[in-house]
Design a protein around this ligand. Structure first.
Ligand code: AMP
Length: 396
């Protein structure tokens, strides 16, 4: 790894500017899912344990470069204190006199949360002046927001050029997991890509056929591939304009010895709604007036067989319309198979992306996966093979 961890930094007595992602959902002032806050705990605790002073930098929502009262990070202080088990002070700005006074007053054992970085226009422009003002508040930069690492902002990228820098525990865990899945994986490697559309995951599919031994394609995007093979898909969600692209991906895969696994049987219904009357048909026999909403049991058996022979799995996107029962069946069954292989030590399994995390949580499989990334866009860009500016900056 070309980046440093907290263990390689001298933190005693140091002000540690720590970029975290605590962009949690809030409804009526209450945090409805504190996962992102829970995930920064190891980093903050380790900084405190090493005698450092954690100063948290974070964004919240999209205020567009101006102060928006209901996007103040102050509302997260009680949840942070509870999660961290330490007093959390708050500064009403992330730079300038208010921030400086709060930093100066910070005592050992306390944590300081600075106000929403995106209240400043310069943040999302990686403005050097704003970066310099932030840098003046710390001695060390700890980057722990992998989920924001695909953006070159002052607090994700800029600071790394001005201060001695390292990855926090969450960043370290994300990068290690991703590296083990696609960087230098144990083979055979399988990727599962599902979800609605080919168009949003084109680069991802294209990169994966270069890296994996088997690519399982499911969900709505599989319909476009089935159509590309000349199979009828009825009223299914599909992108007719992407048929040539789908053919191109299949041709590329063939040339690279990557096997593409498409559904062999499909569950079809006449309406996109929970418990709609449905039937299972071979993948080339979707009735004209029906839509494909899930992969069938034969498809799941084929996926299971691939998992059985795989040593590494990377997963993004559901295999069907998982939000409406019973069209979550293939996603759940395949996820549980992957979880069981992981639990027995036979598979390294990494999954990520918003819907994927929800689907794997719903199936109960998530807890046995080797790693579940909570980063949405950054995880996808990484799967696409892109260099993330926030990671590159740590390596520089
Ligand atoms: P994505 O955000 O691209 O991962 O797509 C996830 C969405 O794709 C979920 O909302 C699923 O309900 C939807 N989806 C998956 N399979 C199908 C399908 N066969 N027909 C319609 N929607 C689907």
């Amino acid at each position: 790894m070309a980046w440093k961890t907290l263990d390689q930094m001298d933190l005693a007595g140091k002000r540690v500017l720590t970029r975290v992602d605590i962009n949690v959902p809030v409804v009526d002032g209450a945090v409805t899912d504190a996962t992102r806050i829970t995930r920064i705990v190891p980093t903050v605790r380790d900084i405190l344990a090493a005698g450092g002073k954690p100063i948290l930098l974070a964004h919240f929502g999209r205020p567009g470069g101006k102060r928006v009262d209901n996007l103040s990070l102050q509302q997260l202080v009680p949840t942070l204190e509870q999660a961290l088990g330490a007093p959390v002070l708050f500064a009403a700005d992330c730079v300038g006199p208010a921030a400086q006074a709060a930093v100066d007053a910070l005592q050992d054992g306390q944590v300081l949360l600075l106000e929403n970085t995106r209240f400043h226009k310069g943040e999302t422009k990686n403005d050097p002046d704003l970066t310099a003002q932030m840098a003046a508040l710390g001695d060390v930069f700890c980057s722990d927001a992998f989920s924001a690492a695909h953006r070159a902002h002052c607090s994700t990228t800029g600071l790394a050029a001005l201060l001695p820098s390292c990855a926090g525990r969450l960043m370290q865990a994300e990068l290690s997991a991703l590296e083990s899945a696609l960087g230098n994986p144990r083979r055979p490697v399988t990727a599962v890509v599902g979800g609605a559309k080919v168009s949003t995951k084109l680069e991802l599919l294209s990169n994966l056929v270069e890296k994996v031994d088997t690519l399982v394609i499911g969900g709505g995007m599989a319909n476009t591939f089935l159509a590309a093979q000349g199979k009828p898909i009825g009223t299914s969600l599909a992108e007719r304009l992407m048929i040539d692209t789908a053919n191109g991906i299949m041709t590329k895969a063939e040339g690279l010895n990557c096997t593409i696994l498409l559904p062999r049987d499909v569950v079809v219904a006449r309406r996109f709604e929970a418990n709609a009357p449905h039937e299972t048909v071979p993948a080339d026999q979707c009735p004209e007036d029906a839509m494909i909403l899930d992969a069938g049991p034969e498809s799941v058996a084929a996926i299971d067989a691939v998992f059985q022979d795989s040593k590494t799995l990377i997963w993004n996107g559901p295999l069907g319309a998982f939000e409406i029962e019973p069209f979550d069946a293939a996603t759940n069954a395949a996820a549980l198979k992957a979880a069981a292989r992981t639990a027995s030590g036979d598979l390294i399994s990494v999954a990520g992306g918003g819907d994927t995390v929800a689907a794997l949580n719903a199936s109960g499989a998530a807890r046995d996966f080797t790693y579940i990334s909570t980063a949405g866009g950054a995880f996808l860009e990484w799967m696409e093979g892109k260099t993330l500016p926030g990671v590159a900056a740590l390596e520089a």
